[in-house]
Design a protein around this ligand. Structure first.
Ligand code: SDX
Length: 424
């Protein structure tokens, strides 16, 4: 039975169809709203506005559910490899053994980055933030790897999955004054990344399996999150039929913001500041509640999750496990747990449904893995890459129209030009 929403404007009534998703989510289809009523809707930050129908990721903010193509994040984080999850997101199904081998081999065939790209990279200052460098290098790929006629998108998908981790490590090596490492195709995806990050020509670098497993889990947890800010950016840029590289580069820039993926760096800097300030978490809880302080409890709150972020729960446990396995006693982990406990018992946070999000504990693990703070959001981008690709691919496959929101104009009404010598 078709469902409708009825809108009354003045003495007129209008009906708009209600659509129901596979998880019983409801939406009012307003495609004909302006034509029929002369009105548009307005919804700053799109808090109540659906941009698309998607079959990739489902999340329920009230119940703390997150599934990629129907598989729970808990199961995937525990049992899958990041490349399996990347395949699942991009192509819609978990790969068979043969499909996985072909996918992994295709990526390994493209891990080397064009040496001329390094000339672009060398132009960046040593203290350049790695996110700015990464977005520029990914955008530059559209100049080096123009669409191959035999399925350009597919080859570009493989090139991005293969080369982004390689380029991501360049910033770190440059910041250390160390030579960059070439990819080593005898290693799996995560071990190859760690080797490129930390291997030095003076000794053989051994990848610690605990570190590789933790990285695998973190990348899976970050792989997609439906229509978040950076993914919506990728879809919007891609809707103009801009290249995959241009779209992903835009997504990297959106992710870099401190309210989004940049929060994981902000969290560690916040925890360090609290530690340096004597570890008085109550002082910072009070600041976070004071609108005039300009301070926010970074890593807390979420547009969708209003009870808990399932990823934060998994990462918190992983942080305990990884630090114990590596024999690391990081005092900021204790401060983080104290902050979480204080906030979860404070009316300000409870009333606003503010809980730890994916960024709250992730930095503690990245730091334990030896990854520097300014690379945390780069790690988020490497994890989110298959999700961005999958969403871009779905938008194109569904032939979605170019994204072009409307507005309500509140500026000056018509007025005549006044010559400059006659202006007050
Ligand atoms: C990510 O969308 C996604 O799915 C994103 C992400 C993904 O995987 O792609 O999950 C990744 O971006 C996680 C979020 C990381 N950002 C942070 O940790 C930054 C700190 N958090 C916030 O700035 C905020 O909570 C947001 C940006 C995450 C959500 O912002 P909303 O939904 O626009 O909520 P809001 O800013 O309107 O806040 C509602 C209220 C306000 O108070 P009142 O005006 O009602 O009195 O809650 C307050 C805010 O002041 N508030 C906070 C707070 N977050 C919100 N107060 C103190 N500390 C905070 N962290």
């Amino acid at each position: 039975m078709s469902e409708f929403a009825e809108l009354s404007l003045g003495d007129k009534k209008y009906q708009f169809p209600v659509i129901t998703g596979s998880e019983d989510e409801k939406a009012i289809d307003i495609a004909k709203l302006r034509d029929e009523t002369g009105h548009i809707t307005i919804d700053s930050g799109y808090k109540n506005t659906g941009a698309t129908k998607s079959a990739i990721t489902f999340l329920d903010g009230e119940l703390g559910i997150l599934r990629y193509r129907g598989y729970s994040i808990e199961e995937l984080a525990e049992k899958a490899s990041f490349l399996e999850v990347a395949y699942l997101l991009i192509y819609g199904e978990l790969p068979t053994t043969t499909q996985y081998a072909e996918f992994e081999n295709a990526i390994k065939t493209h891990t080397i980055v064009n040496e001329d790209m390094r000339k672009i990279f060398e132009g960046f200052p040593v203290n350049a933030h790695p996110m700015g460098v990464l977005s520029a290098m990914v955008c530059a790929m559209s100049a080096f790897y123009t669409g191959d006629k035999s399925g350009s998108d597919e080859l570009n998908i493989i090139r991005l999955m293969a080369k982004m981790p390689s380029m991501a490590t360049w910033s770190y090596k440059k910041s250390q004054g160390h030579p960059v490492n070439y990819p080593n195709n005898s290693l799996d995806y995560c071990s190859n990344f760690l080797n490129m990050m930390f291997a030095l020509p003076v000794a053989t670098y051994q990848v610690n399996p605990v570190v590789a497993a933790a990285l695998n889990k973190l990348l899976i947890l970050h792989a997609d999150h439906e229509q978040n800010c950076s993914t919506s950016t990728v879809r919007l840029v891609g809707s103009s039929h801009a290249s995959l590289y241009a779209s992903i580069s835009a997504g990297i820039n959106a992710l870099s913001g401190p309210l989004h993926g940049g929060a994981n760096q902000e969290v560690i800097e916040m925890l360090e500041a609290i530690k340096e300030d004597g570890g008085d978490t109550s002082k910072y809880i009070a600041m976070a509640k004071d609108k005039n302080s300009g301070f926010r409890l970074m890593g807390f709150g979420h547009r969708v999750y209003k009870n808990f972020d399932p990823r934060a729960r998994i990462i918190k446990k992983a942080a305990d496990d990884v630090l114990a396995a590596l024999g690391i006693n990081d005092p900021v982990l204790k401060i983080a747990a104290e902050l979480e406990s204080a906030a979860l018992n404070d009316e300000y946070f409870v009333a606003r449904k503010l809980y730890p999000n994916v960024d709250f504990y992730s930095g503690i693990i990245y730091r334990a893995l030896g990854i520097p703070t300014d690379m945390f959001t780069v790690m988020f981008a490497i994890g989110r890459l298959p999700g961005w690709i999958a969403q871009w691919k779905e938008m194109k496959a569904n032939k979605e129209p170019i994204g072009r929101p409307r507005q309500v104009y509140v500026g000056a009404t018509e007025r005549a030009y006044v010559a400059i010598n006659e202006r007050a």
